[in-house]
Write a protein of this length. Structure first.
Length: 231
C-alpha cells in the first residue's frame, strides 16, 4: 500500500490532473535555532518544520534539519554542512507517509546596503528518498529584510518586511518525468523582533513546480542562542 501511495504522489508531482486535488492553501509552522559558542566561529544549526496541506490535520511534511556551521570573523560569510530527516505525507491520507534522508552543504553571504539586510544562500543536497535512487539538487535563495520602524534590524521591537525567492534545480539528467527545474518559492512576510535573539515572522509563500502552484501560510520563529564564556 505504501509503495502505491508513493507512486501516486510522485505521479501527481508531474501531472496537474492529480495536483489539482491538493488544497490551494496550506500552512507551515517553523522553528530555526542557531547555537553559537562564545568567542568561537562555530555554531550548531537546528530547525523543525511542520508543513500541512491545510491548516492542521493533513500532514504534508515533517522536516527536521541540523548542521555544523563555521562563521568567518567578518560575520558576512558562513559555511554549513548537515543532515535532514523528512517525512512526507500523502494528501488526504493521514497514515500514509514515506521517508527521505538528506545531507546538504551550503554557503551564506550577508550584505548590508544601507539599512537593508541582504542574504544569499547556496545549497547542494544529496537525497535518499524511500523507493528511489540517489538524487541531488541545487538551491539558490536571496533574502531581503527591510526595517520599517527602526534603523537596526536586530534591535528589540524592530518591525521589518521580508521578501525572498528560492529556485531549485535538479542535478540529474532530464527524463520524461523530470526536468532540470524542480520548483520556485517566492515569499512576502512581516517580522517582529521580540529581543535581539528572537524574531517572529508571518507571511505568504507561493510554491510553483512544473505541475502545481500552491500558496502556503508561514509562521516562523528565528532564535539565536550563545553559550556563556568559559571561566
Amino acid at each position: 500500500m505504501k509503495k502505491l501511495c508513493i507512486s501516486i504522489l510522485l505521479f501527481s508531482l508531474q501531472f496537474p490532473v492529480f495536483a489539482q486535488e491538493v488544497p490551494d492553501l496550506g500552512s507551515w509552522y517553523m522553528y530555526f535555532g542557531n547555537f553559537r559558542f562564545a568567542e568561537s566561529p562555530w555554531a550548531i544549526h537546528g530547525e523543525a518544520q511542520y508543513r500541512d496541506n491545510k491548516i492542521l490535520g493533513d500532514l504534508e511534511q515533517l522536516l527536521l534539519r541540523t548542521g555544523l556551521q563555521y562563521n568567518l570573523k567578518s560575520g558576512q560569510v558562513s559555511f554549513l554542512a548537515g543532515y535532514a530527516s523528512i517525512t512526507t505525507g500523502i494528501p488526504g491520507e493521514a497514515t500514509e507517509t514515506f521517508h527521505e534522508n538528506r545531507i546538504y552543504q551550503e554557503v551564506i553571504f550577508r550584505q548590508s546596503p544601507g539599512r537593508v539586510g541582504l542574504m544569499h544562500r547556496y545549497r547542494y543536497e544529496q537525497r535518499w528518498i524511500e523507493g528511489l535512487d540517489l538524487r541531488t539538487r541545487f538551491r539558490y535563495a536571496i533574502f531581503i529584510n527591510v526595517p520599517l520602524n527602526k534603523k537596526d534590524l536586530a534591535e528589540k521591537g524592530a518591525v521589518y518586511a521580508q521578501i525572498y525567492d528560492e529556485i531549485f534545480i535538479n542535478g540529474e539528467k532530464p527524463t520524461e518525468n523530470s526536468q532540470f527545474f524542480d520548483r520556485n518559492r517566492i515569499y512576502l512576510g512581516i517580522g517582529y523582533r521580540t529581543s535581539p535573539r528572537l524574531a517572529l515572522q508571518f507571511g505568504l509563500m507561493e510554491q510553483t513546480s512544473n505541475s502545481l502552484s500552491k500558496t502556503q501560510l508561514q509562521f516562523s520563529a528565528f532564535h539565536q542562542l550563545i553559550s556563556r564564556k568559559s571561566r
